[in-house]
Design a protein around this ligand. Structure first.
Ligand code: TYM
Length: 329
């Protein structure tokens, strides 16, 4: 059975970008693949979070994974820092990763601008750690959003390079996966870029109904269509992206027609989006609360997941050590 790996950094509650970009695919894929889903707590250290924030966020994401429908019986759910084999592979991959190529990664350049006083080596080698997460289990598919495309390209480069240097076929080249036919970027509500950049442009899976409605009704729009069959400006396209991912096909087509004949009312469109998002989120929110209150269960799931992930990782690492010329262990 083919292996699937993906992870999310514990930086707060999951938002709709995480859900539609990644977690929804996790839930679907667990039935068909050997799936390993983790919480990327090492990756979160690039911004120096407080220990109590890591502990809280890790537990939250674990509860949210479960609330979304990831089953510990079907998929392996673990915390990245519980599986130390990843670090050893990270070191090996770093030996074949070049400064120039790492400096050219867009997310690195963004971080350099965002935190000029903390341009640490972890930020620079973020893609090699991500490649290690994936390659340690020899995953072939990785469900991620569009923003991870460059990191995924790097994971393929490092897999290929390792194979070439040692003349082996150790690592398969992992492909991004999205439940639609192309990688998804869930837009923010403030009309700028992707969801996830700030609190104001996010809707969380834990969000209460009134707050969801308020945020959607406040989403940025323009003054309305200027004629029939006009191309949609970005802020309006963003709203249609929400319809596309959260509403039925009929609903999407209804509003698309209204746009095309110039009779659309943004208030109605937003009400529909708020309604469909609320229906999606409400049951998840209730389950998050249930799982959050059962810390014994959460710890048990994390421990069990760590054991399974460790087994898979140790197998790859034995092979890698031997290829490199070290004792298998
Ligand atoms: P992170 O924690 O930033 O985001 C987790 C997942 O959510 C997706 N995502 C989005 N998708 C669509 N639209 C959005 N607005 C949006 N915002 C977030 C991301 O694409 C991602 O899939 N580097 C990763 C974590 C990671 C990882 C890995 C992923 C570490 N090792 C190995 C896969 C495999 C990250 O920072 O994701």
């Amino acid at each position: 059975m083919e292996t699937v790996v993906s992870g999310i950094r514990p930086t707060g509650n999951l938002h709709l970008g995480n859900y539609f970009g990644a977690v929804k695919s996790f839930v679907q894929m667990q039935h068909e693949y050997n799936c390993l889903f983790f919480i990327a707590d090492w990756h979160s250290l690039t911004t120096r979070p407080k220990p109590e924030d890591i502990i809280r966020s890790t537990r939250t994401i674990l509860a949210e994974y479960l609330a979304c429908g990831i089953s510990p019986e079907k998929a392996t759910i673990y915390i990245q820092s519980d599986v130390k084999e990843v670090l050893e592979l990270y070191l090996y991959l770093n030996m074949n990763a070049y400064l120039g190529e790492l400096e050219r990664v867009t997310t690195f350049k963004d971080k350099v601008r965002q935190q000029p006083n903390n341009v640490n080596a972890g930020l620079l080698t973020y893609p090699t750690l991500m490649a290690a997460d994936i390659l340690i289990h020899k995953a072939v598919k990785v469900p991620v959003g569009k923003d991870q495309e460059q990191n995924m390209e790097k994971a393929r480069v490092y897999a290929r390079r390792f194979n070439t240097i040692y003349g082996v076929e150790c690592f398969p080249e992992p492909a991004s996966f999205s439940f639609g036919d192309k990688a998804l970027k869930v837009p923010g509500l403030d009309g700028s870029g992707k969801m996830g950049k700030s609190d104001g442009n996010c809707i969380y899976l834990f969000e209460e109904e009134a707050s969801i409605r308020k945020k959607v009704m406040r989403a940025v729009t323009d003054s309305g269509p200027t004629g029939q069959n006009q191309p949609k400006p970005e802020v309006i396209q963003n709203l249609f992206t929400f319809l596309d991912i959260a509403s039925s096909r009929d609903t999407y087509e209804y509003f698309d027609e209204k746009w095309n004949d110039g009779s659309i009312r943004y208030g109605d469109l937003k009400k529909q989006i708020a309604e469909d998002l609320t229906n999606l989120i409400a049951p998840i929110r209730e389950k998050i609360k249930e799982f959050m209150s059962d810390t014994v269960l959460l710890d048990k799931i994390a421990r069990h997941g760590a054991e399974k992930a460790h087994e898979s990782a140790a197998k790859t690492l034995r092979e890698v050590r031997e290829i490199i010329g070290f004792r298998p262990e």
